[in-house]
Design a protein around this ligand. Structure first.
Ligand code: AMP
Length: 291
């Protein structure tokens, strides 16, 4: 901890707090995720955290949040993470209501690229949802929270993930593989464009039923292009072997036409302003005892 200057408090998760920090020697700005060992004990969270560390540490892709290092003392386990200054994509989506086709396509292309990289490394995320997607200062998407990820090239049986994003084979407790992440891309693409996931219902059981039946309908507003609907329809396919592959997502006409190759939709003048604001909010202090 003495290697870092601790900055502003960023937020709180189920098992600890996240702080902005600067590594003193390099001046490098990072996010420190501090988890208390007492909480790990209480909620039997060890396996989740261990998986998060083991899997995320081995990944290095521009759209996957980097885990640079970790350490622990008597009370805490601390993850040294890449800092994602714009926070959760979820909040940005809720504020905006829904995204433009350009923004949605840019995020879907970023996700497809990151997932292709993960799948090549035999990692299935299994819990892709807007809350687990962060944005850096440039507005580039970063996949975070690998606690539910699995390292596997074989089919798996555990039920995990949040219900709106669950693939039918997970609900039916069938064996599943990397194609669950492709299904989730279809759900996210719909949610980015319409503002809510496609199988949403008041009762959880109804959502599960709608997913298993692939009860998909496109509302008349907001207006969405037929190419976007075509991509969603080709991802939300019950037979996992028939879903569009990640490579084919990248080649899809809607992605080709709309996705920004840089992975960011932020205008240069907005970026310059936000960088200034973000720098002024750093105000580092030595408050190790408070962490
Ligand atoms: P978590 O414990 O992962 O749920 O995170 C708690 C809060 O901190 C959430 O609001 C996250 O969006 C935020 N957060 C977590 N990791 C980072 C990061 N690397 N950069 C910026 N914000 C983060």
């Amino acid at each position: 901890m003495a290697d870092f200057e601790i900055g502003k408090y960023i937020g709180e998760g189920k098992f600890g707090k996240v702080y902005l920090a600067r590594e003193k020697q390099s001046g490098y700005v990072v996010a420190l995720k501090v988890t208390y060992k007492a909480k790990l004990e209480k909620y039997r969270f060890h396996a989740h955290l261990r998986r998060e560390i083991e899997i995320q540490h081995g990944l290095d892709h521009p759209n996957v949040l980097r885990l640079f290092a970790w350490f622990h003392d008597e009370e805490r386990v601390v993850l040294v993470l890449e800092y994602a200054a714009r926070g959760e994509l979820y909040k940005v989506l809720r504020t905006a209501g829904h995204f433009s086709e350009r923004t949605a396509a840019t995020y879907i292309a970023s996700l497809a690229g990151a997932l292709a990289y993960c799948h090549k490394k035999q990692v299935i995320h299994r819990d892709i949802k807007p809350e687990n997607l962060l944005l850096d200062i440039e507005g580039r998407l970063k996949i975070a929270d690998f606690g539910w990820a699995a390292r596997s090239n074989a089919k798996r049986h555990t039920l995990c993930g949040t219900i709106d994003y669950l693939a039918p084979e997970m609900i039916e407790k069938k064996a599943h593989d990397h194609a669950v992440d492709n299904w989730t891309l279809g759900i996210l693409c719909y949610e980015f464009l319409y503002g809510s996931p496609p199988f949403e219902a008041d009762e959880q059981d109804d959502t599960l039923r709608r997913i298993v039946r692939v009860d998909l309908a496109f509302p008349s507003t907001p207006s969405v292009s037929s190419e976007a609907k075509d991509l969603i329809t080709k991802l939300l396919v019950k037979d996992s072997s028939k879903r569009l592959s990640l490579e084919d997502i990248m080649k899809h006409p809607w992605i080709r036409k709309n996705a920004e190759p840089s992975g960011s939709c932020i205008k240069q003048k907005d970026l310059a302003r936000d960088k200034v604001n973000d720098n002024s909010s750093f105000c580092f202090y030595r408050a190790y005892e408070d962490v």
